[in-house]
Design a protein around this ligand. Structure first.
Ligand code: S5P
Length: 361
């Protein structure tokens, strides 16, 4: 039902606030391009986000392939991306592909050093363990928002016992955390104790919160012209189909993903898939499709690119948007490995946009 609808009209009918915002951005920037920013250093990541930001509507990250990621919640790499997202008008999609039991994915989503939920508007899930992983991520996002701005223990330092402190008698009790009174043992099994515990509690506002009006330089936050702040919520894409050869996502599996999405319309924005999956009248999901390359510009045979020799399979924007009915193409190496990535991003943007305008015509 969404194949012939314009992005502008889908911005009006979208049930998920981030979809409404994203469709608006797409219409405004004439872009249905997501950059898969698969680079190896944080410096390069910030660089490409800034340089290619004007051409894209989604920046997809794999934070765990990036070295030098700065985890500071307010000045680190996530915060810098959030600032660029506002300036250029794009959403941040961490391609984490959560794929574990509900309790674990919750902890991975909100916790750890990366604290993905703080800076990524969108994450995705590999639903192999079952629908509970979707429910858990949805609940985690809700609970997280109820708590913000919220308090976090930023430093808990447990003193290493000195040699005199290995005696059996109780020492260092003055600095001991009341909740943690169990005597510690050193690596070689001797009994030690906590000599000092410092707990610093700080208030955090998520880096892409509309309540933050200053960026890291202390300047007023620059917002992409013509669009308001992204809604303060989070969204999920379900990995329903893959681009790689011989993957195990069959029709039944894809259908289960669609059902899970329908059960969580307030949190699930749509799918990473190879085709449109909106089959019921009230389905308003968005589809982002990876495995996209254009033949090189100087290719006079008008040939197509097949794959990368490591299982990846490529289709053109025309096939993905025009024929398969997806909404956004995800492009990584096709742009990043080009001699002129900025020019190449524009070439992909205009090819994917043309496929869209012809589809809805
Ligand atoms: O089915 C999929 C799903 C994803 S998210 N196939 C994919 O290739 N991806 C991701 O898209 C993959 O992890 C990579 O980050 C990107 C494709 O990169 P490219 O360089 O092949 O365009």
């Amino acid at each position: 039902p969404t194949l012939k609808a314009t992005y502008a009209s889908r911005a009006q009918t979208a049930t998920h606030p981030l979809n409404a915002y994203l469709f608006k951005l797409m219409d405004l920037k004439a872009s249905n391009l997501c950059l898969s920013a698969d680079v190896t250093t944080a410096r390069e990541l910030i660089y490409v986000a800034d340089k290619l930001g004007p051409s894209i509507v989604v920046l997809k990250t794999h934070y765990d392939m990036v070295s030098g990621w700065d985890f500071h919640p307010q000045t680190g790499t996530g915060a810098k991306l959030a600032s660029l997202a506002r300036r250029h008008g794009f959403l941040i999609f961490e391609d984490r592909k959560f794929g574990d039991i509900g309790n674990t994915v919750e902890m991975q989503y909100i916790g750890g050093s990366a604290r993905i939920i703080e800076w990524a508007h969108i994450v995705n899930v590999n639903m192999v363990p079952g629908k509970a992983s979707v429910t858990s991520l949805a609940n985690a996002a809700t609970r997280w928002f109820e708590r913000y701005p919220y308090e976090v223990k930023t430093s808990v330092s447990v003193g290493t016992p000195t040699s005199e402190e290995f005696d059996d008698h109780d020492i260092g009790s003055s600095g001991r955390d009341d909740n943690d009174s169990a005597p510690r043992r050193t690596d070689d099994g001797r009994k030690g104790s906590i000599v000092s515990v410092t707990t610093v509690t700080q208030q955090y506002e998520p880096v892409n919160s509309p309540r933050l009006t200053k960026n890291m330089a202390g300047d007023d936050e620059v917002l992409f012209a013509g669009i308001e702040e992204a809604p303060m919520t989070r969204g999920l894409l379900i990995l329903a189909q893959m681009s790689s050869a011989g993957n195990f996502m069959n029709k039944e599996y894809t259908q289960a993903c669609v059902e899970a999405a329908r059960e969580h319309r307030d949190f699930v924005m749509g799918f990473v898939s190879q085709e449109a999956l909106n089959t019921q009248v009230d389905d308003q999901f968005i589809h982002m499709t990876p495995g996209c390359q254009l033949p090189p510009q100087d290719d006079d045979q008008n040939g197509s690119v097949q794959g990368d020799g490591k299982g990846q399979q490529y289709n053109t924007p025309q096939k993905i948007i025009g024929i398969a009915g997806a909404d956004i193409v995800i492009v990584g190496r096709g742009i990043l490995k080009a001699s002129d990535p900025e020019g190449e991003a524009e070439r992909y943007r205009s090819a994917a946009w043309k496929a869209y305008t012809e589809r809805v015509r």
